[in-house]
Ligand binder design. Structure first.
Ligand code: GDP
Ligand code: IMO
Ligand code: MG
Length: 430
């Protein structure tokens, strides 16, 4: 079903990120007046494929490929201005000119944040999440330290100088203390480079909270595009193997200034199996030849870093939490085509933690490290043909429909969207 006029819909990841949020966001963007990113930064990598053309987006919302929607980057997003300008240029070379607004309150990733990210990862060793090295944890850290720099500051050279002076000294002292490698960072060149980038971005910088408030009151349709997934949420995920923002639907309020009271639909994007780029325990991970086959068939390589993704069986303990914490109204189940022609499928329904059955993800890292998956085996299905795509959900193989129903019963949420390929049209609404 399309989006109703005048409504607010949120797309969120129900696993470890890379569930296909970009594809599902694009699918609904034709109905939207605004498509909005509300947290995360260019650690995200969202792929959209339209008529054989592939677009990889990191900061600009996946609605950008339609002419109508205005693309908004909210205050909860952390922005590397160089990465943003590069993304605008990349889109222009592909014939797409973004109609963009950027929150004046969004925090900015500085060069020292990326250096600190690397130093922190080296320092944390077995507790490191395997960051994308985009400076995400240090920039959110500076925000909470009240030591950060925001988009609006780039428009006010004196204020920017005053803030950078403090922030730069703090960061470089920290770097000298925790990193043995030399770093080469010159205050004046950072100041001048960022002022220049601020000038280039100035036409886009505005109060997006007010823009969205007025839009909603004028019956506009708004689509929020989450990044990452539930288990990477800094509060509800598998801490410290998370990212540094809240990835759940509730963060649209803090990340854009739009009230959660007005949300109509919350769609949790769920891959039909599991992938994870980064470190930490992963109870239903598969290894060896089985992993290689699934990774190659699913093209499971990071959109941002190109790292091979770890893969495994669908973990319903995780999806159950995503349904509850996000208040999902529905699930979009993606990549079912990748499981085609697998004889038997395993689905993790609970964990065995030191001999005790658990149906929720534990807060204790010790317990999560010991979690063993308890599987239910389900029969596989054959090819998904183009005629099935045309004829809709009922024409899909019975085993696939049983897989979908099993998930629905286990997590108590309806699967309303079925994705059987990366292209916009390879989507079935149930
Ligand atoms: P995101 O971060 O959640 O937006 O996901 P990514 O774009 O990082 O990774 C998902 C990958 O799966 C992309 O390469 C998509 O093109 C692809 N994809 C999405 N849905 C499907 C699907 O139903 N089938 C197949 N085969 N690929 C899909
Ligand atoms: P999308 O939006 C998958 C992971 C990293 C690492 C942890 C912390 O494409 O789904 P960070 O750079 O944020 O400090 O890294 O989070 N990670 C993602 N994994 N998809 C993403 O985004 C991710 N963004 C961050 O691999 O484990
Ligand atoms: Mg991704």
């Amino acid at each position: 079903m399309p989006l109703d006029q005048g409504t607010i819909t949120v797309i969120v990841g129900a696993q470890w990120g890379d569930e296909g949020k970009g594809k599902i966001t694009d699918f609904f963007s034709g109905d939207s007046d605004y498509v909005v990113r509300y947290h995360g930064g260019n650690n995200a990598g969202h792929t959209v494929i339209v008529n054989g053309d592939t677009y990889k987006l990191h900061l600009i919302p996946s609605g950008v490929l339609y002419p109508t929607p205005i693309s908004i980057i909210g205050n909860g997003v952390v922005i590397d201005p160089k990465a943003l300008l590069d993304e605008v240029s990349y889109l222009k070379t592909k014939g797409v000119t973004p109609n963009l607004l950027i929150s004046d309150r969004a925090h900015i990733i500085m060069p020292y944040h990326k250096m600190l990210d690397l130093a922190l990862t080296n320092h944390q060793q077995s507790l490191a999440a395997g960051s994308t090295k985009r400076g995400i944890a240090p920039v959110y850290g500076d925000k909470m330290f009240r030591n950060g720099i925001r988009m609006v500051d780039l428009l006010e050279p004196n204020i920017f100088h005053e803030k950078l002076n403090k922030s730069f000294i703090f960061a470089t002292n920290l770097l000298s203390a925790i990193s043995s490698s030399d770093f080469d960072l010159d205050f004046d060149s950072v100041y001048n480079d960022y002022l220049k980038m601020g000038k280039l971005l100035s036409p886009y910088i505005s109060d997006i909270s007010l823009e969205l408030y007025n839009a909603y009151n004028n019956n506009k349709t708004i689509l929020f595009e989450g990044a990452q997934g539930i288990s990477l949420d800094v509060d509800h995920g598998v801490y410290p193997y998370t990212t540094s923002s809240n990835t759940i639907a509730g963060s649209i309020s803090t990340g854009t200034g739009v009230s959660y009271r007005d949300i109509h639909r919350i769609i949790g994007v769920t891959k039909a199996y599991l992938s994870r780029v980064g470190e930490g325990p992963l109870p239903s991970e598969v290894h060896g030849e089985e992993a290689i086959q699934l990774r190659e068939k699913g093209g499971e390589y990071g959109t941002t870093t190109g790292r091979p993704r770890r893969v495994g069986w669908l973990d319903l303990v995780q999806v159950r939490q995503a349904v509850r914490v996000n208040g999902l109204t529905e699930i979009a189940l993606t990549k079912l085509d990748i499981l085609s022609n697998t004889k038997e499928l395993s689905v993790c329904t609970e964990y065995d933690i030191n001999g005790v059955k658990e149906s929720e993800i534990p807060a204790s890292l010790h317990k999560f490290r010991s979690a063993k998956p308890i599987y239910k085996q389900l029969p596989g299905w054959g090819d998904i043909t183009s005629s099935m795509l045309k004829d809709g959900y009922d024409s899909l193989p019975n085993e696939l429909k049983s897989y979908v129903q099993f998930i629905e019963n286990q997590v108590n949420c309806k699967v309303s969207i079925i994705s059987v390929g990366p292209e916009r049209h390879q989507t079935i609404i149930r």
